[in-house]
Ligand binder design. Sequence first.
Ligand SMILES: C[S@@+](CC[C@H](N)C(=O)[O-])C[C@H]1O[C@@H](n2cnc3c(N)ncnc32)[C@H](O)[C@@H]1O
Length: 267
Amino acid sequence: MEIDWGVGRYEATGEMLLPVSEIVVGMAEPLARKTVVDVGCGTGNAALLAASRGAVVTGVDPAARLLEVARGRAAKAGLDVDFVVGNAASIPLPDHSADVVFSVFATIFAPDAEAAIAEMVRVTAPDGAIRFTAWPPEGPLVVINKIAGQFMAEAMGQPAGEQPERKALGWHDRDQLRAAFAPYGFDVEVERRELTFTGKSPADYLATSSEHPMAVSAAKALASLPNGADLEAELDARLLAATMELNEDRDGFRFSNDYVVVTARRG
Ligand SMILES: C[S@@+](CC[C@H](N)C(=O)[O-])C[C@H]1O[C@@H](n2cnc3c(N)ncnc32)[C@H](O)[C@@H]1O
C-alpha cells in the first residue's frame, strides 16, 4: 500500500523519534557552517537540530503537509531552514554540495533503493558523509507491524506477505549496504542503538500510533469494505493484545526497539 505521509498526524510519532535525530546529529558535529540535507525530514527533527548547531540546512520530503509543520517549527525556533518537496531519488541539490546527508528512518521507504543511494552519493561532498537510520527486522515494532500487515493483506484479499514490486534492500544489513555503496567507492559503518518508547498505557501508546499515516491509511482502506467497522475493531483488539504482551512496564507502557545508524563516506 502506497503511504501518503501527509495524512493523519505524523507529528506524534515524530516526537517519539526525536531522540534518534539527537543521536545522529550529535554524531555529525561540529556542524557550524556545514551544508546539510535532511532527506525525508518529515516534521524537521534532524533538520532543525542541525540548523540550531549552525549548519546551512535543506529539508527534503515528499509530504508537503509535513514540510509546512517543519516550517512552522523552524519559524517558532527562529531557525532559517529551506524545506523543499522532493524524495530520496530526487534531491534538489547540486552534485557534491552536502557535507552531511541525514536521513532518519526515511530513505528506507524509497521504492527504489539503488536510485536513492545513487542520489545521496551524488549530492555528498568529496569529504562528506551520509548518515541514515534503519530498523532491523526484529523487535516489538516489527511484531506489531507484521500483525497489522498480515491483517490488512487478508482483509484486502491480498496473499499475506505479498509486497508491491520494489528493489528490496536490507537497509540495516552491513553486508548488503557495503555491496550497494562499494560501486561508488564508499565505505559503510553500521552502529546498533536502542530507542525506548513510553506512554501512560498500551492503549495510550496505540491511540497515539493510530494517528500515524500508515495506521490512518489502513483504517481508511478497511472502512471502504462492507464489514469495515468490525474489521477495524478486530485489528485494534489484536494490536492491543500484542502491545500488552510486549509491554515492559506494569504501571505504564514501555518497550525498546533496536535501530541502526549507518554512516557511509568515500573510502
Ligand atoms: C518515519 S518518517 C521520518 C521523518 C523524520 N525523518 C523523523 O525523524 O521524524 C518517514 C519520512 O520519510 C518520508 N518519505 C517517504 N518516502 C520517501 C522517499 N521515497 N524519499 C524520502 N523521504 C520519504 C515520509 O514523507 C516521512 O516524512
